[in-house]
Design a protein around this ligand. Structure first.
Ligand SMILES: Cc1cc2nc3c(=O)[nH]c(=O)nc-3n(C[C@H](O)[C@H](O)[C@H](O)COP(=O)(O)OP(=O)(O)OC[C@H]3O[C@@H](n4cnc5c(N)ncnc54)[C@H](O)[C@@H]3O)c2cc1C
Length: 467
């Protein structure tokens, strides 16, 4: 893909749109914008310019300029992505939304919030909680990622099993289109059947179809009674197999998270603390809500019975703070073990998850690869981290990973699964997207992109390439 370099004259125009203080070109200062949380330098690319937008109008003016001068624009939230979606692979302009970070309204009666895209997810959660309310989106990176990034990636997280992913929390978005028009998509309605659902098309499009400049999101009354149970299983498949049985028993859990034993040990080393039941096996963390203590007790009894019948050696009331700190430290614990790691984010139908996990472990053995596994088990999403073995050269390890991926993705698609449950495709997985997606489906996606972004300005080279 050929783009124009950002000339001094274009740079002056950019400065006149957002103000001198909101533009950086110094290589040390723009370096952090050359990557997201993917540590492999092969995926890092420097932008030519970084600009901070302070309004939708500034964003629109920059995108119009980019169309006139033909340089790429890469929207960026907090840069916590795991698919290189915010990496400027063709240089150009990284447009950071971090200064658009205001919560504009929290409406306690009608249960919604209006936010700018640079609001940190945990700040929205805290602001809702301060009013006795609840924002259900809860990615594990919530302390650092932004709502705009969550919407752009359709972030999932721990509570998706009950409340859905980010797209289910959003009523409406204001966007800047790829040609620089400010548009409002969606509406604060419980239902509508009024033409194409364009808000949902943009949500999860990873910054390729629009820049989110504002969002109206749903709030709920805060659940008053919650309980975290920890069930420990010798068998990985038995642990995962519990999920559908719990739902069939009439209990809709808020979270069902899985960690295999080797991963629990890794987190223990990272946190330097002993975790409950870590010597016994694999974890299933189940969170449920109740209308009162009695209701919670009843649910705990049923869950205990189901887990025990399914092979759990112990079902404990978890130390909530400790168990969630452990689960949320998964990524950091892996990073502390190795910076050379391949992170997979595969998703399968929940009932096929035990089979998928079984296949993953067999493949890891076949290719002599070290894995760390945590999963949003309640929604079939497995985070498989493959760490470089010390005894393998990088070349051999890399080849083994690629060979394993080929077999893994064939298995996943045969089971009715997909490449990514929540992290997205970005730049990192686009070759796999091309290889494994139904060609008709891919053709529609490309046709949409070409129509809405005729100059291929907005986050080019992500999800797929346009020929
Ligand atoms: C420790 C850790 C734990 C994580 N846990 C989870 C998890 O539980 N669930 C989950 O889903 N993800 C998780 N992630 C991945 C990541 O945090 C999410 O993808 C998050 O939604 C990214 O938000 P961000 O603001 O950092 O976006 P960025 O990384 O900056 O960008 C991500 C993508 O969104 C686009 N984008 C960003 N802002 C906008 C905008 N305003 N308009 C249009 N496009 C935009 C970018 O171009 C890019 O394609 C985790 C990451 C880490 C490091």
């Amino acid at each position: 893909m050929k783009y124009e370099e950002i000339s001094q004259e274009t740079l002056c125009k950019i400065k006149s749109i957002v103000g001198e203080k909101n533009v950086i070109t110094d290589s040390d200062m723009i370096q952090p914008y050359s990557h997201d949380e993917v540590t492999d330098p092969a995926y890092h690319h420097m932008p030519e310019v970084v600009a901070y937008a302070e309004s939708a109008q500034q964003t629109a003016d920059l995108v119009k300029l980019a169309n006139e001068r033909h340089f790429p624009v890469v929207p960026r939230g907090a840069g916590t992505g795991l698919a290189c979606g915010a990496v400027p692979i063709y240089g150009g302009l990284v447009l950071s939304l971090e200064k658009m970070n205001k919560i504009l309204e929290i409406n306690e009666d009608a249960l919604y919030a209006v936010v700018e895209p640079g609001v940190r997810t945990s700040d929205l959660q805290a602001a809702a909680e301060a009013k006795g309310l609840f924002y259900a989106g809860d990615p594990c990176s919530g302390d650092s990622c932004f709502i705009g990034g969550n919407i752009a990636t359709n972030a999932g997280g721990n509570r998706a099993v009950k409340y859905g992913t980010t797209r289910h929390q959003v009523y409406a978005i204001e966007i800047v289109s790829p040609t620089g028009t400010i548009m409002n998509l969606g509406a604060r309605l419980q239902k509508q059947s009024t033409g194409y659902c364009l808000d949902q098309l943009v949500i999860g499009s990873e910054g390729t179809l629009g820049i989110i400049t504002q969002a109206t999101v749903k709030l709920l009354p805060k659940p008053q009674f919650t309980l975290d149970l920890l069930a420990v299983f010798h068998s990985v498949e038995d642990a995962i197999g519990v999920v559908n049985k719990v739902i069939r028993a009439g209990i809709m859990p808020t979270c069902v998270e899985f960690m295999d034993n080797i991963t629990i040990r890794s987190v223990e080393r990272y946190l330097n603390e002993k975790l409950q039941g870590s010597e016994e096996g694999n974890y299933l963390i189940i969170q449920v809500e109740g209308i009162n203590e009695e209701d919670l007790d009843d649910k705990a009894v049923t869950l205990d019975e189901i887990c025990t019948e399914n092979g759990s050696s112990s079902v404990l009331v978890a130390d909530s703070e400790k168990i969630w700190r452990a689960r949320k430290s998964f990524a950091e614990a892996v990073r502390a073990e190795s910076l050379i790691v391949c992170k997979e984010d595969v998703v399968a139908p929940v009932d096929k998850e035990p089979q998928l996990l079984h296949e993953i472990l067999l493949l890891a053995k076949k290719y002599n690869l070290i894995t760390r596994i945590a999963s949003h088990a309640g929604d079939g999403n497995i985070h498989l981290n493959i760490i470089k073995n010390e005894e393998l050269s990088y070349e051999v390890w890399d080849k083994n990973v690629k060979d394993m991926q080929q077999e893994l993705y064939k298995t996943i698609y045969a089971l009715g699964g997909r490449l990514s449950g929540e992290h997205g495709i970005g730049y990192k997985r686009k070759h796999l997207m091309e290889e494994f997606t139904d060609p008709n489906e891919l053709e529609w996606m490309k046709a949409i992109k070409k129509t809405l972004d005729p100059n291929n300005i907005l986050n080019p080279g992500k999800i797929f390439d346009i020929e």
